[in-house]
Design a protein around this ligand. Structure first.
Ligand SMILES: Nc1nc2c(ncn2[C@@H]2O[C@H](COP(=O)(O)OP(=O)(O)OP(=O)(O)O)[C@@H](O)[C@H]2O)c(=O)[nH]1
Ligand SMILES: [Mg+2]
Length: 180
């Protein structure tokens, strides 16, 4: 008999609209489970997708992007996003690599993360659209705000660092030991 450590857990994607949350999930899962579009508020409900790995199972919860609601649907979407991130093991806070500062939407999300005090990985997406120096600057700005479990710059379009992101998530999930 061999004792193996198997890990599993829920991971919520949280971020402003259009930062690429659904694109990241689709790439990690290898299927188009969540709609992607070059327009805001594409994802309207919390969508679940599972990644099965040799030593782990990761259940992703995609959420609607955080934006300033203009109507009831909008405010329900924002509520859904925050509610979905409450009962997960790890939050993936996705930001756009092109952002220059912490804007209103990202500030709102940061405040919720601080309040939750949960494990949170900062994912800087779309690094193909900016420079390494700019990404380093963003890391500096955001690291002052929260003790992130880790920071992973990625690009879905260039397929960059997504394997690193999966490894990082797996390493922070809770272990369930089982005898095989
Ligand atoms: N250049 C570039 N574009 C990207 C990248 N990842 C996603 N995109 C594009 O960004 C746009 C928005 O992607 P989505 O995945 O729908 O974004 P989202 O965060 O799920 O948006 P909402 O569901 O509205 O909150 C799409 O046009 C994607 O093709 C990336 O790494 N680089
Ligand atoms: Mg989406």
């Amino acid at each position: 008999m061999e004792e193996k450590v198997f890990k599993s857990g829920f991971v919520a994607m949280l971020g402003r609209t259009n930062v690429g949350k659904s694109s990241i999930i689709n790439k990690l899962v290898g299927e188009k489970v969540s709609a992607v579009a070059n327009k805001v508020q594409t994802t309207r409900t919390a969508i679940r997708a599972i990644v099965n790995r040799e030593n782990s199972q990761i259940i992703f919860v995609d959420t609607p992007g955080i934006h300033k609601p203009k109507n009831k649907l909008g405010s329900t979407m924002v509520e859904t996003a925050f509610d979905s991130s409450l009962d997960v093991d790890i939050i993936l806070f996705v930001i756009d690599a092109q952002s220059t500062d912490i804007g209103r939407g990202d500030r709102l999300i940061l405040d919720k993360i601080i309040e939750s005090n949960k494990k949170c990985i900062l994912v800087i997406n779309k690094v193909d659209l900016t420079t390494k120096e700019h990404v380093a600057e963003l890391i500096k700005i955001y690291s002052k705000e929260y003790n992130f479990t880790s920071v992973v710059p990625v690009s879905v379009i260039k397929n960059k660092n997504l394997d690193v992101l999966l490894d990082e998530i797996e390493s922070h999930l809770n272990a369930r030991s089982c005898i095989l």
